[in-house]
Design a protein around this ligand. Structure first.
Ligand SMILES: CC(C)(COP(=O)(O)OP(=O)(O)OC[C@H]1O[C@@H](n2cnc3c(N)ncnc32)[C@H](O)[C@@H]1OP(=O)(O)O)[C@@H](O)C(=O)NCCC(=O)NCCS
Length: 368
């Protein structure tokens, strides 16, 4: 059975920074309160040209460069997102087109902030089962578009950004090991965008009452998160046949410093075993774990051979964890063609395909 190695990682965040002081000019809050209650200092906000697909595509290309692969080598794209470009088509398909991953199947995965863990689990299992060889797992968000900037309960927490991993099949032991995914829909009302779906389609009333924005019961979500983080970590470690002491690093979902502190206390592990960068990005939902991983690698906190657990929780309610042995980057080959060129050529291919469909329509008629 092939192993699923993590051979590429990349991130993309907007350059626009929104500080706590900036938010205190919009709602009744202040930097001290936000830092004490969440640990967040600032977050990134997408400009009008950026979207979940554009950030996701940039993160994907960065991950492919590390893995020394081209977009055409990818056979599956899983895009975990809580803020898709549309209800359909999948944001994964828009990213597929943007990066020119012409041989890839592509779908979105909706598990809110646990989405990247769910995506990693699905992607690595597709490789373990022999169905796919090179899988791109992306977490990408433009949460700022779903935030009520008059609601101090939510607007302080979230930020925009994207991260991606490349998973590759290998006969060598390593990569993804034990994983767990959990859900409890009885808490589905605790964190939700109530309108815009089939249950409550968008209407004048839903717009007037702000039901197209994120609604959250912060206290309940907090209690749930502190309950499940440690348990899921232990489950993934035990499924891998490891012990907690074997872990070099835990990369938790970056929601709130106090939630991570509580998990560390429950696991009786020191804080230096946890990667934390939420102070600079806030909660970027599905993107938070891959963004934190990229920075952990950059800071030398995650090295080849290290045992690591990725653990997350989110709306649904959902939670999960995946244990992995960190592979590190592959030896680069001397490629004539480079992954970063693809986003320049892919739009030309896209236009030609659209043009081809137009010509086909004229020749064969638009009526059935
Ligand atoms: C949202 C959250 C930071 C609120 O922190 P908290 O300590 O629970 O704060 P509370 O809601 O109990 O509010 C305490 C007080 O601060 C006030 N307050 C709430 N938000 C505030 C803000 N942004 N600035 C200043 N004061 C604020 C409240 O009105 C309340 O005042 P009161 O005591 O006079 O009624 C916290 O509950 C949380 O992080 N929850 C988890 C959210 C999360 O992670 N969501 C994403 C999951 S993927």
């Amino acid at each position: 059975m092939p192993y699923a190695h993590i051979t590429g990682w990349g991130m993309s965040v907007p350059s626009k920074v929104l500080t706590n002081d900036d938010i205190s000019k919009m709602v009744d809050t202040n930097d001290e309160w936000i830092r004490e209650r969440t640990g967040i200092r600032e977050r990134r906000i997408a400009d009008e040209r950026q979207s979940s697909a554009s950030l996701g595509a940039e993160a994907a290309i960065a991950a492919l460069k590390v893995a020394d692969l081209l977009p055409t080598d990818i056979d599956l794209i899983i895009c975990a997102t809580s803020t898709p470009e549309h209800i359909f088509p999948a944001t994964a398909c828009i990213i597929q087109d943007k990066i020119g991953a012409t041989k890839a199947g592509a779908f979105d995965l909706s598990a809110a902030c646990s989405g990247f863990i769910y995506g990693l689990t699905m992607g690595s299992q597709a490789i373990r089962a022999g169905a796919n060889k090179n899988v791109l797992v992306i977490g990408t968000e433009t949460l700022s578009r779903f935030i009520d900037w008059k609601d101090r309960n939510t607007c302080i927490l979230f930020g925009d950004g994207a991260g991606a991993f490349v998973l590759q099949a290998s006969e060598q032991a390593g990569g993804a090991y034990g994983a767990v995914m959990h859900s409890d829909g009885s808490g589905s009302d605790l964190l939700t965008i109530p309108a815009g779906g089939s249950r409550t389609p968008t209407s004048e009333l839903t717009l007037r009452t702000g039901m197209h924005f994120i609604h959250m019961d912060g206290k309940e979500v907090f209690r749930f998160a502190t309950r499940v983080m440690a348990g899921a970590t232990i489950e993934a470690v035990e499924k891998s046949g490891w012990k907690l002491e074997d872990l070099s690093l835990i990369v938790p979902h970056q929601a709130n410093q106090r939630i991570i502190d509580a998990a560390a206390r429950s696991l009786k592990l020191p804080m230096d075993k946890f990667m934390v960068n939420l102070d600079r990005y806030g909660n970027t939902s599905t993107a938070s774990i891959p963004i934190a991983t990229v920075e952990a690698v950059q800071q030398g906190k995650l090295r080849p051979g290290d045992k690591v657990v990725f653990v997350g929780f989110g709306a649904g309610l959902t939670w999960g964890a995946l244990a992995a042995e960190w592979t590190g980057p592959k030896q680069a080959t001397r490629r004539v063609v480079k992954a970063e060129w693809f986003p320049w050529f892919a739009p030309i291919r896209s236009v030609l395909r659209r043009f081809g469909r137009l010509i086909e329509g004229i020749i064969f008629g638009r009526k059935s």
